[in-house]
Design a protein around this ligand. Structure first.
Ligand SMILES: *Cc1c(COP(=O)(O)O)cnc(C)c1O
Length: 483
């Protein structure tokens, strides 16, 4: 009976569901994993198998699944009203949440515009930035600067500013022009792979040399070089396009979809300084990094950066419901205020803008951050991960690991094809990341790669024993990958 039901679901999925970011022909050839329930750090499939949710249900889950306090908040709101419009009306949780968000946001971000996906939050930021200059009478600013590899979502505007030749080639005619500058990508820029630690003279443990690799981000001189080059690229573009740039958009501290590219210290602060010097707006896309993911509430706080516009999504509701927000300074919002005949109104909105159920979940999630001192826990667990992944520095045992990048509980393990003799007979079209992630599934862990990068993004509240289990599974699976 149970099996019959599962077979129906599989049949319906194959017949009718078009999955996001999914090669559908190949999808239909494999058996889909259908999630039926969840509990804490675990997802439970229709066959009652349990998996650690190592991607936080695509980077959004914060406190685990079926958290009593959030469940309760949503139920309580459900007994009042599930949805009303924000066009011409307000609602209780959306109003309360706006106040809470402004209280914790960096700098002068004091206005909240709700939408329902990260992509709509960035789309709004771009429209706000463009409209800001127009309404002030500056008609020359018609473009944005973004980083190579940037990802800001999949609507047309967000696709334009986060253009990826791989994803967006068929839509080239839809996207608007954006100026792309170098990202401070330490690993890929200089092609250094986990350099071997040569040890210092008189190293008492020569037998360990050659095994203990240091990762590129741990090389301060390399980081300075790459940062300087990236900043040069930005500064010269700002000069070249003087008066034409509306805003610089960045994913602060960690560029997520690019492959968990961690920015060296000082980079973000210098970007802010260049924006101020050249009088352009700074947009911080904190959709992935916001809400504790990097160890601070917002990644901008690591460098005391105060953006003009900040985009929030993913973790905003604790990973419960689709809600996003674009935060703006008073100054930006004021540019949209005027007499009716001036037509400065921001004519933008979505049907489910400010949805009360989602806002209630977000409020409960923010309470839990405080009650559980979650940010301290994230930093503690981040240290545990850094330590736990140390075995992967062994070049002999794990020659397929090229780099490990981490900030808080955002972790990327970049796999590399073998080099030298080991490369003989190796099929370069192999999808190393997918191979490892698929194999992790058989061991009870759901993770999803970005290309050759195995991404570990557990719920922030993950129990330490589950975090350890996650690392054991990943290390074991990487070690077992056949070249
Ligand atoms: C995921 C993501 C988005 C898009 O969010 P959606 O909710 O998927 O539309 C935008 N920016 C960044 C940095 C993201 O990681």
């Amino acid at each position: 009976m149970q099996e019959e039901r599962i077979q129906h679901l599989i049949q319906f999925d194959r017949a009718h569901v078009w999955h996001p970011f999914t090669p559908m022909r190949q999808w239909r050839q494999a058996e889909p994993l259908i999630i039926e329930a969840a509990e804490g750090d675990f997802l439970i499939d229709a066959r009652d198998r349990r998996y650690i949710d190592g991607v936080s249900s695509l980077w959004c889950n914060v406190h685990g699944h079926r958290v009593p306090a959030i469940d309760r908040a949503v139920r309580t709101q459900l007994e009042r009203v599930a949805h009303t419009t924000m066009l011409g009306l307000s609602n209780v949780p959306a109003t309360e949440l706006a106040q809470r968000l402004c209280a914790i946001a960096p700098g002068g971000l004091n206005k909240v515009f709700y939408s329902d996906a990260g992509a709509t939050a960035t789309e709004l930021a771009f429209k706000m930035a463009m409209g800001y200059w127009r309404h002030r009478g500056d008609k020359q600013r018609d473009t944005f600067i973004a980083l190579h590899g940037a990802y800001h979502g999949d609507t047309t505007g967000s696709m334009s500013v986060g253009y990826s030749p791989l994803f967006h080639k068929p839509f080239e005619s839809m996207v608007f022009h954006t100026e792309f500058v170098d990202a401070p990508d330490v690993f890929h820029t200089e092609g250094t792979q986990g350099r071997r630690d040569e040890g210092t003279k008189g190293d008492p443990r020569p037998e360990e040399r050659g095994l203990k690799r240091v990762w590129p981000l741990e090389d301060a001189a390399l980081c300075r070089r790459v940062t300087a080059r990236a900043l040069d690229s930005l500064e010269s573009r700002l000069k070249e396009k003087r008066g034409r740039i509306a805003a610089v958009a960045v994913e602060p501290i960690v560029q997520g979809a690019a492959g968990l590219i961690v920015q060296p210290p000082g980079y973000l602060k210098a970007v802010e300084r260049l924006c101020r010097e050249h009088d352009v707006l700074l947009i911080a896309d904190e959709v992935a990094t916001g809400f504790g993911r990097t160890g601070r509430m917002f990644a901008c706080e690591h460098e005391g950066v105060e953006p003009d516009l900040m985009c929030l999504g993913k973790g905003l509701t604790g990973g419960y419901l689709p809600l996003a927000a674009t935060l703006a300074t008073e100054e930006i919002e004021r540019a949209f205020c005027g007499e009716l005949h001036e037509h400065k109104t921001l004519y933008h909105g979505h049907t489910y803008t400010g949805n009360p159920l989602a806002c209630a979940a977000a409020l409960a999630s923010l309470d839990l951050f405080e009650q559980n001192d979650l940010l301290s826990a994230v930093n503690r667990k981040a240290a545990l991960v850094a330590d736990g992944l140390n075995p992967l520095r062994d070049a002999e045992k794990y020659p397929n690991v090229g780099d490990i990048r981490q900030r808080g509980l955002m972790i990327g393990i970049e796999l590399v094809p073998p080099t030298g003799e080991a490369a003989t007979g190796f099929d370069p079209s192999r999808r190393l990341g997918y191979e490892v992630c698929d194999a992790c599934r058989d061991r009870g862990l759901i993770v999803r790669p970005l290309g050759n990068v195995v991404v570990l993004m557990p719920p922030l509240a993950i129990e330490e024993q589950n975090l350890r289990r996650m690392m054991d599974i990943v290390i074991e699976t990487i070690g077992a990958q056949r070249s």
